[in-house]
Design a protein around this ligand. Structure first.
Ligand SMILES: [Zn+2]
Length: 429
């Protein structure tokens, strides 16, 4: 490895750690990275000069000696994260460290792609104006549907009624920064991996039960598994029972048709409960039919977990949304036996955890996708496009998503090109 490449890798290692941990001392960085103190000092200064980090003296003083300042991420660069949903479009301003500085929810009944882009653009402009000392370097959308990882094309988002919509490209054109789109459950998975229950794991599966079904994400070797087109992790359509009820996808007995939140909501006679209300209603119910329904659903969830464990052998499975509720309301012994019929070798040390992050997780996780290429090459030294790239080029979402899904690639299109959009990242419409 040549010196430049080595330095890029070290810069990436320092910034990635500061990002994930919310700040670290030089001493801790030195120890963890196995580099000498002067090298760490040089890397920290380079990142500070580029505006990525600053050093703060907020550590408690322990005994004699100088307190060690912490290297923390600045708010110099921000990502706009967008989450179009059935009833609203959420737009957030996300800083390094998974910090959502602002989040705005704009009500919109089943927004069209044009609606969602317009809302995202005007909200992003307001947010950027309120944070004039920062600059927006990328945008990303978490979409409830199948999204092609190459270019952020939404193949189908059934509940929104979107088909073959180039949402990432439209967002990039409206915002004037590189943009892409990702699947919402994969976003939740990335957030839990970076800052939640999955922090520190190398292999995990995230399963989320939402109002419209079950989504998922798979992490292997510390990276989100994409599959050929980015659709890996659609675990709601794992086949559980070929004689089961018809699924929205057309097949019978998919996991999400068997573990159906709506059936529980109906049984309880509720209207549109959020997860907390649903959990409370289940806990207070003495309805035997509900008990039988939950037991049957838990049996199907067990079958799904067994398939996941067998196919992937992860360290951890994280359950979010309704699946976390279901996991919590069954008995201790049912939880204990959840994997009793799985292969002992894969079940033995498999941990099943509840998602740790709250309502911000989709925005945080989507932003992770946008940060990835920047963290890989913080100073944009590996790309030759920096000097020639125009804002128009910078809008290619395919370059963003390709580099984010590659391992240690030499591409850094967002980092280098985003600088060309520095002056006025959010353009007026
Ligand atoms: Zn299905």
């Amino acid at each position: 490895m040549d010196g430049g490449r080595l330095r890029q890798r070290n810069l990436s290692a320092v910034l990635s750690r500061v990002h994930r941990r919310g700040g670290m001392t030089r001493a801790d960085l030195t120890r963890e990275l196995g580099l000498n103190r002067s090298t760490i000092g040089d890397l920290v200064i380079a990142l500070a000069d580029a505006g990525w980090v600053t050093e703060v003296d907020d550590a408690p003083r322990l005994g004699a000696g100088r307190p060690s300042p912490r290297v923390v991420a600045t708010d110099d660069r921000l990502v706009i994260a967008v989450n179009p949903e059935l009833d609203a479009v959420e737009v957030g301003l996300v800083a390094l460290g998974g910090r959502v500085l602002e989040r705005v929810r704009v009500p919109a009944a089943q927004p069209t792609v044009e609606d969602a882009v317009a809302i995202a653009a005007s909200t992003a402009r307001d947010l950027a104006e309120r944070n004039p000392r920062s600059r927006v370097v990328a945008a990303v959308a978490a979409v409830p549907g199948l999204v092609r990882s190459d270019d952020g094309l939404v193949r189908v988002a059934p509940h929104l009624g979107w088909r073959e919509q180039p949402f990432g490209t439209l967002l990039a054109e409206a915002l004037g920064v590189p943009a892409t789109a990702v699947n919402d459950a994969q976003s939740g998975c990335q957030a839990e991996l970076a800052f939640g229950a999955g922090s520190g794991t190398r292999s995990m599966v995230y399963l989320n039960g939402g109002a419209s079904g079950i989504g998922g994400g798979i992490v292997m070797d510390g990276r989100l598994l994409q599959g050929r087109d980015g659709h890996a992790g659609e675990l709601g359509h794992l086949g559980i029972d070929t004689d089961g009820p018809r699924c929205a996808c057309g097949a019978r007995g998919c996991l999400e048709a068997m573990v159906d939140r709506r059936a529980v909501v109906r049984e309880l006679g509720l209207e549109h409960p959020d997860d907390a209300e649903l959990a409370t209603a289940i806990a207070e119910s003495r309805d035997h039919a509900l008990g039988a329904l939950l037991t049957a659903q838990f049996g199907s969830l067990r079958a799904g977990l067994r398939s996941i464990a067998t196919a992937l052998n992860p360290e951890m499975v994280i359950l979010g949304g309704y699946l976390a509720t279901l996991w919590t309301v069954v008995s201790e012994s049912e939880r204990h036996n959840a994997l009793s019929d799985a292969l002992p070798a894969v079940a033995a040390d498999l941990r099943i955890e509840i998602a740790a992050l709250g309502a911000n997780r989709l925005l945080i996780g989507a932003a992770e996708r946008a940060w990835e290429p920047l963290l890989d090459d913080p100073l944009g030294t590996s790309g030759n496009q920096a000097s020639t790239g125009t804002p128009r080029d910078a809008r290619s979402p395919s370059s963003a998503s390709r580099s984010s899904s590659s391992t240690g690639s030499s591409m850094a299109p967002i980092a280098s090109r985003a600088d060309s959009a520095r002056v006025e990242p959010i353009t007026g419409q």
